[in-house]
Design a protein around this ligand. Structure first.
Ligand code: GLV
Ligand code: MN
Ligand code: MN
Length: 416
């Protein structure tokens, strides 16, 4: 117990890191534009890598551009399985500055607090910064899936739309060789546990005024590509009854999917939030529409049974097709890790609430592989996330980071 108590994270340092990191990609309205592997993302990573080194981590970058910082025990073997924490540095378009970024800044502060405490760590500790969690290039959680050989065939060569670089192209720009991507693969046995701190991205903790959420599980997520083809032509000369407008057909699909989800009567949610219209001019009848559907539910059978319904909707529209590009099963967090987080909260007198995550995280990848995994949520104001208004109270972030530090040390000292 003494071991845990001596580690003290500092809110001022955490806040400074978070604010410094938020300069990379900052927008006028307070939002953030930091797509994975963009020039500004690469700058942010260089900055963060320097901070990791300053904190005493041995830092390397794998072929998927994940940053891996390691602290080896001063005594004893350094090839024992590690206790790891981490999150992502990329952001959704015009998103907020805490999603992902807070988790890596919290991990960095934990490392500093451990170093300052002088307490010898019983096993290696790692801080991981994952590439393209948000799916800017393909379907998300790229870095963690690359780390465990879970990429789908050819995904690094796919481009989301005309003119948008594939992961392979952007990895090359970041100095990586996409042909060597398999060198990023590690064995789950290298990890004793993985913990991720994240903002809740929903309103529950903020509404309840509780600073820490102990995550019980994460929803399953299916991501689909839908393509609708029509006949392009002149917007002024072709009468309405002779048109085959791809966007009009896409609109029918969107409405039908929405109706089917409403009728499903479970917790299932679905969003078509990304669409490209080709050729894409006001005076051309749309010839092709490409769009992405994101489908989530805690209930595995609700998510799976939507597959047939979706296929029927697509089959009812001429020249439309649907492709499931990634399916991430829902996961539950490890009970021993949840217990360790709870004990850390109790020891600090920190109120907590068990909570389920409707957002996806790299922690899913670890949990899927059977690596003992846990997540700590902190409130975000009014539950706003994936938007420029995303905000937090730094006191909550410091409390959550303290719980992260205590839990990591608790697990490191345990026989898990
Ligand atoms: C990531 O934020 C996701 O839930 O898609
Ligand atoms: Mn996100
Ligand atoms: Mn995130």
């Amino acid at each position: 117990m003494m071991l845990v108590n001596k580690i003290r994270v500092k809110e001022s340092r955490l806040k400074k890191d978070q604010c410094d990191l938020a300069r990379f990609g900052r927008e006028e309205n307070g939002g953030l534009m930091r797509p994975a592997l963009s020039a500004v993302d690469r700058e942010a990573r260089r900055w963060f890598k320097d901070r990791m080194r300053e904190a005493g981590l041995h830092v390397r970058e794998d072929e998927a551009a994940n940053l891996i910082g390691r602290l080896n025990p001063t005594q004893g073997p350094s090839d024992e399985p590690c206790v790891a924490t981490g999150s992502h540095i990329d952001a959704v378009p015009h998103g907020g500055k805490f999603d992902g970024a807070l988790g890596i800044c919290a991990g960095l502060e934990v490392i500093r607090a451990i170093q300052e405490s002088g307490i010898p760590i019983p096993c290696p500790i790692e801080l991981l910064v994952f590439t393209d969690e948000e799916g800017g290039h393909f379907a998300g959680t790229f870095g963690s899936r690359a780390m465990f050989n879970l990429l789908s065939e050819g995904e690094i060569h796919r481009s989301k739309s005309d003119g948008q670089p594939s992961l392979a192209e952007d990895l090359r720009r970041a100095g990586k060789d996409p042909k060597l991507i398999s060198q990023a693969v590690r064995s789950p046995a290298e990890f004793r546990a993985f913990l991720e701190l994240h903002i809740e991205q929903g309103p529950l903790l903020d509404t309840m005024g509780v600073p820490v959420g102990i995550v019980e599980g994460i929803v399953g997520i299916d991501r689909y590509f839908i393509q609708v083809k029509g006949r392009p032509g002149h917007a002024g000369t072709i009468p309405m009854h002779l048109r085959d407008d791809a966007l009009v057909k896409a609109a029918r699909i969107i409405t039908a999917v929405n109706d089917a989800l409403l009728a499903a009567g479970s917790d299932i949610v679905g969003t078509i939030g990304e669409m490209k219209v080709y050729p894409g001019a006001f005076n051309i009848i749309p010839g092709i529409v490409d769009m992405y559907l994101d489908l989530r539910s805690r209930n595995e059978s609700a998510r799976l049974s939507m597959r047939n319904i979706l296929q029927k909707i697509i089959d009812s529209v001429e020249n439309a097709r649907i492709e499931l590009i990634l399916s991430k099963p829902g996961v539950t967090m490890n009970p021993t890790i949840m217990q360790a987080i709870m004990e850390s909260c109790e020891e600090q007198g920190t109120p907590f609430q068990r909570i389920f995550s409707g957002a996806g995280h790299d922690a899913m990848t670890f949990a899927t592989l059977g690596i003992p995994t846990g997540m700590i949520f902190i409130p975000c104001l009014e539950g706003k996330s994936h938007c420029p208004e995303e905000d937090i109270h730094f006191e909550d972030a410091a409390v959550g980071t303290q719980i992260l530090a205590d839990t990591m040390m608790r697990i490191a000292a345990s026989s898990l």
